[in-house]
Design a protein around this ligand. Structure first.
Ligand SMILES: *Cc1c(COP(=O)(O)O)cnc(C)c1O
Length: 383
């Protein structure tokens, strides 16, 4: 099997696993316990928090460990909106149709069940949120804008620094979902100027089931998990010590090796994009041609059932994705692809190829040899 689905998840780096192991067996204490075993666990959490803070250029007490990227998004949106309404009565949230469901569904729930107001920001042809649409949308009642750093389905990178500046000038909070971006892009929160930023461990060779939320000092959140005082009383529950240690090590390695990892995948990605567009009739790139994640190639093929193509690729030994992994098996076209303005006959045929540390030129060549025939076959079955 050739794995070309690193945006869905990544294998755990052996160095990360080594860092985690002692916290399952020897150092199993509860970080809240007073005794020495507890102190050891607490020290591990403290040093993980410092490691994460060093990558993000923030203070350790601005990092909240969570159970995943989705939870970080939930805490950011629900926590900030509830707190802002309590403090100032502001009820508007701004976000985009291209967001991961962890953001868009949370925003929709806030609107439907909790009485908040939701407005979708405008997109350009490559699926980037436009700065003009944010400038236009802000009003006295706006509480928060949430725009992802890089898109998981189409790879497009959003102009976060400019968007965050606009938000700040208008006194609204700015959240970014950096779950997909953190593997390859600079996540320095000072440079980005964001108030809240979500991360998830398993997108950068850390374990699944652990995430973090950066919360700028002074940003009020209503805790969504109440109980003990863990994580500065924002997220109750005994911390998952080995996973938090693994998360921090994986993020540290991602930052340290960012340039070499990018240099490894980018030429492979460019080869895929050039070759697919050249050899497959009725194919289009989705997302931005240059301003996109360096490991990310995504397409739509006219009159192709994307899920059928995925199954055929799977049988041929290739693991890819059609749009977001969460939508596999769903015959409706992806909302992200639809938001780009593709008609149904194109939007149903989406394919995402994402590369990683173990990808080789041989993998890419054998994929590119197989794809045109499979697309042709899928097209015949479609008509
Ligand atoms: C994967 C992903 C998430 C969800 O993260 P989990 O850790 O799987 O919950 C959120 N946003 C984006 C952009 C993602 O790619």
């Amino acid at each position: 099997m050739i794995y070309l689905d690193y945006a869905a998840t990544t294998p755990v780096d052996p160095r990360v696993l080594d860092a985690m192991m002692p916290y399952f067996r020897e150092n199993y204490g509860n970080p809240s316990s007073v005794h020495r075993l507890g102190q050891k666990a607490e020290a591990a959490i403290d040093s993980a928090r410092e490691k994460v803070a060093a990558v993000l250029h923030c203070r350790p007490d601005e990092i909240i460990f969570t159970s995943c990227g989705s939870e970080s998004d939930n805490l950011a949106l629900r926590g900030a909106m509830m707190a802002r309404r309590n403090a100032s009565g502001k009820t508007w949230i701004l976000t985009a149709k291209t967001e991961h469901h962890a953001v868009s569904k949370t925003a929709e729930q806030l609107e439907k069940e909790y009485g908040f107001l939701l407005e979708w920001l405008g997109l350009d042809e490559h699926g980037a949120v436009t700065t003009e649409s944010l400038s236009k949308a802000v009003c006295n009642n706006t509480a928060l804008a949430s725009v992802m750093y890089a898109n998981n389905e189409i790879g497009t990178i959003n102009p976060i620094t400019v968007l965050a500046e606009i938000a700040k000038a208008n006194n609204i909070l700015f959240h970014t979902d950096a779950v997909q971006a953190a593997a390859y892009l600079d996540v320095n929160v000072e440079k980005l100027g964001v108030d809240l930023m979500s991360l998830g461990g398993h997108k950068f060779y850390g374990p699944k089931g652990v995430g973090a939320l950066y919360v700028r000092k002074g940003t009020k959140l209503l805790p969504h998990m109440t109980g003990g005082g863990q994580e500065y009383s924002l997220r109750a529950g005994t911390q998952n010590v080995p996973y938090i240690v693994g998360f921090a090590e994986a993020l540290h390695l991602a930052a340290q090796e960012r340039e070499s990892r990018t240099a490894h995948v980018k030429p492979l990605r460019d080869h895929i994009i050039g070759n697919v567009l050249e050899t497959i009739p009725d194919s289009k790139l989705t997302g931005h041609p240059e301003n996109r994640l360096p490991n990310h190639a995504s397409f739509v093929f006219k009159d192709v059932d994307g899920n059928l193509l995925l199954q055929m690729l799977d049988s041929a030994g290739f693991a890819c994705s059609s749009g977001s992994a969460c939508k596999t098996g769903n015959p409706e076209p992806s909302e992200v692809i639809t938001a780009l303005g593709h008609s149904r006959d194109w939007a149903l045929g989406s394919l995402r190829i994402t590369l990683g540390v173990d990808s080789t030129p041989e993998h890419v060549d054998s994929f590119l040899n197989a794809l045109p025939g499979l697309v042709e076959k899928a097209r015949k079955l479609h008509n």
